[in-house]
Design a protein around this ligand. Sequence first.
Ligand code: URA
Ligand code: SF4
Length: 205
Amino acid sequence: MVKDGNNGAAEFLPDRLDLDALRSAAACCEGCDLYRNATQTVFGEGPRQARFMLVGEQPGDQEDRQGHPFVGPAGRILDRGLQEAGIKRDDVYLTNAVKHFSFTPRGKRRIHQKPTAAEIDACRPWLDAELAAVRPEVVVVLGATAARSLLGRTFKVTQHRGEPVPLGESLAVATIHPSAVLRAPDRDAAYAGFLSDLQAAARVA
Ligand code: URA
Ligand code: SF4
């Protein structure tokens, strides 16, 4: 039988579910079609003991090339927000709802494409396994894609941002995606809102 590669990540999970085993297994994931055009799997990073897990959308262009989450422009906003909210980097595990970069080529450029609901669902086993391995106190949900993955289709970030909501044994706090801060017409106002949500997350830990 020809495998269509669209059955989701579950069949690629390793026997041992520790972070190192997960990371090496995820490098070979073909659970949806995104692995075909992306450079590499960008798995989560950070200490197993982290009290905070931050979940973004998917790797961007820089993350895809370098193989690490949040190393591009969105990562710089995120770093600034974490620092100003008093959340230490060694207390943070950083990851994404979808582990491969989704894009459409335009000339030499690669234009970010939102992952589909099917891709978000396909990749969810990795995120669940990361949550089970790290067991964070607080999950910071960065934007609509992460919210769709973790909090369901009907959760509205704009309505419930900054509010702690239960998520398994953790509390989740949603906010806008740091890329949305960069795109906002009033960047300062968007950043202030983002920071205030991160401060709310810092208070619940
Ligand atoms: N945007 C994300 O959601 N995640 C990254 O890792 C980089 C940009
Ligand atoms: Fe696997 Fe997720 Fe990559 Fe799809 S995006 S191939 S499910 S790691």
